[in-house]
Write a protein that binds this ligand. Sequence first.
Ligand code: NAD
Length: 276
Amino acid sequence: SKVPPIILNNGVEMPQLGFGVWQVPDDEAEQAVTTALEAGYRSIDTAAIYGNEAGTGKAIAASGVPRKDLFVTTKLWNSDQGYDSTLRAFDASLDKLGLEYVDLYLIHWPLPARGTFVDSYKAFEKLYADGRAKSIGVSNFLPEHLETLIEATNVIPAVNQIELHPHLQQRAAREYHAEQGIATEAWSPLGQGKGLLEVPAIIAIAQKHGRTPAQIVLRWHLQLGNVVIPKSVTPARIKENIEVFDFTLDTEDIAAISALNEDRRIGPDPAAFDVV
Ligand code: NAD
């Protein structure tokens, strides 16, 4: 495959770059995922709340790519947190995807004020033991939430998927994940394309390498060790975003991008986000 894997803490291989489908309507997801699979992506990141598990599943079924070569992630939505409701939500997601198992199942948000993520994760542990989720993990968990989870459960999350891009570099979280053996997966790795790709320092590095700003930002993530899941519905950009394994940023480039941190979120603060 075009995309090298990282090894998760349970020995499972996960492609370091995948395709995100947030905000892609269900009836457009099939085309977008088909384009991504043709371009060489093998990892797809969806979620129950995205409403496009069915379209994603159709593209997978039609692709002819062997199931074992794919890495499919979906996520438990907030309103389904709790032990029994998690099991029901998982069945519904698998059904929409048309799959026998997912490669990675994530708790979408911690909702700390509700206190239900431990029970939800205990259901994840059952799905993992039953082989229906080959790896389990979380999303948007702060280190304090991970500490609570790890204390109360048996399977260390394989992944924490968090907002991460050059304007929000998440150094403390990345360090904590590394100590715990949790892979860091970057959502909105391109900062949703807004502003970040016009930053002069990034444009200068792009010109130096004869690459696009998006490719430079993705390459920065990869060299830091992050898993990335850039999203696009534009075929040329879908292709561009996976063509990042044939060049290397030097230490000067990395330092220049690392100097862009502003600790600035685009999305919600996980400590406060409580929408169900
Ligand atoms: P992203 O950083 O991947 O940016 C996507 C946007 O950037 C596109 O809509 C497009 O406008 C632009 N873009 C993409 N490729 C480009 C290119 N080559 N050149 C110029 N512009 C380009 O943002 P995202 O979609 O928010 O995040 C990626 C994925 O992360 C999502 O699709 C989803 O799967 C996941 N995600 C997860 C959570 C979570 O809470 N777990 C939250 C947000 C996103």
